[in-house]
Write a protein that binds this ligand. Structure first.
Ligand SMILES: *Cc1c(COP(=O)(O)O)cnc(C)c1O
Length: 358
């Protein structure tokens, strides 16, 4: 019997992935040239469907990278001359900050304890920080920052570039790209694909910054996938290097499927399933939600404290062909993480909750 994966990435594959993969193989997508008209049509289609799904305006372009963590480096190299600002409350937001330090940027850190979240009112961005790095969904702790708070913060600091890690939540967060300059995700989380493709959305303001930094002798914006090169290529729906054509194709098809369902429905279904999970955790003797503040609770990666060893919980679920994630880092043995992505239905979530209730 097949497993259902409730792991927060890689995760359960979206049901229609199989059909799209088969079609791609039948159409020999794996062998076409990335300099062909056929590829340009694929890029254009994926671009169109993602724009529709995430409400991305013409001021922003969509690029493909190897992964989301690659985009951390791309943003820091292309958009930060000296100083970046990082709201950190877990392992992924921390890594974004670590990358900035490794690249010798002056990285400002505003840190909250694991399990706590950020509101706009908490955050003071230092005067000389050029880029504000926010994480919509901190996958390690199950904490989410509301887009409304991100938008409010940008209005307070309109001159700074705002970048949002939406890796383990896209397409769920309703970001206003009139305010958010850049956002990024990878496909092995809520899009329900295998790993191997990152998506980077960046604005004209980001491009202008990169073009300015590119002129300085004292600085490098990198050699691989610089924003000006990606941008120039994207104008004709091309890429600087040979991309993951197969996955760009499948991502476009899945985004089209999501658009057919409607993003409002996907968001509502996500919230309904999350509500059922949190309600179960709150009413349970064996579990409790890890994140105390309701407004900071993630809708897409739900973290629970477990009374017994989480290894036991995970093993029992596994016997019933359901795979849940372990806690992150030192909470590995006292927490579980449940991904609530579009690939798992309300029925599958109910089934998991019945199993956890045993
Ligand atoms: C998984 C994840 C990443 C890293 O994505 P990769 O595809 O592994 O590079 C970054 N940020 C968050 C919040 C994540 O969940």
């Amino acid at each position: 019997m097949k497993n259902t994966y409730f792991t927060p990435g890689p995760a359960e594959l979206y049901p229609s992935f199989y059909t799209h993969l088969q079609t791609a193989l039948d159409e020999q997508i794996g062998s076409i040239s990335h300099r062909s008209r056929r590829f340009q049509d694929i890029y254009r289609h994926t671009d169109e469907q993602l724009r529709l799904l995430l409400n991305i305006p013409a001021t922003h372009r969509i690029f493909f990278t190897g992964s989301a963590s690659e985009v951390w480096e791309r943003i820091l190299l292309n958009c930060v001359e000296h100083e970046s600002f990082h709201a950190v409350n877990g392992s992924f937001s921390r890594k974004f900050y670590d990358y900035a330090q490794s690249l010798h940027k002056f990285a400002h850190l505003f840190e909250k304890p694991f399990g706590q979240g950020f509101d706009a009112a908490d955050i003071d961005v230092p005067e000389y920080a050029e880029v504000v790095c926010l994480t919509h969904n901190e996958t390690s702790s199950g904490v989410q920052m509301k887009p409304a708070d991100m938008h409010k913060l940008k209005r307070k600091y309109p001159k700074k570039l705002f970048c949002v890690d939406m890796v383990s939540s896209a397409p769920y967060p309703d970001l206003d790209f009139g305010l958010i300059d850049s956002a990024f995700f990878s496909v092995q989380k809520a899009f329900g694909m295998p790993a191997g493709l990152g998506v980077w959305i960046a604005s004209e303001a980001c491009l202008e910054k990169a073009e300015r930094l590119q002129q300085y002798d004292s600085l490098t914006i990198g050699a691989h996938h610089t924003l000006p090169t990606l941008w120039k290529n994207a104008q004709t729906f091309e890429t600087p290097a040979t991309p993951n054509v197969l996955f760009i194709y499948i991502l476009g098809k899945l985004a089209e499927d999501f658009n057919q369902i409607g993003i409002a429905n996907i968001r509502r279904q996500t919230e309904e399933k999350a509500k059922a999970i949190y309600k179960f955790l709150e009413g349970s003797e064996a579990f409790e939600p890890f994140v105390k503040e309701e407004r900071h609770r993630s809708q897409t990666v739900i973290v629970a404290n477990t009374r017994r060893s989480s290894a036991d919980v995970i093993a029992s679920a596994r016997m019933a062909n359901m795979v849940v994630g372990s806690g992150y880092g030192k909470l590995k043995d006292s927490q579980i993480r449940i991904a609530n992505f579009p690939a798992t239905s309300a029925e599958q979530v109910e089934q998991l909750l019945r199993q956890l209730a045993r």
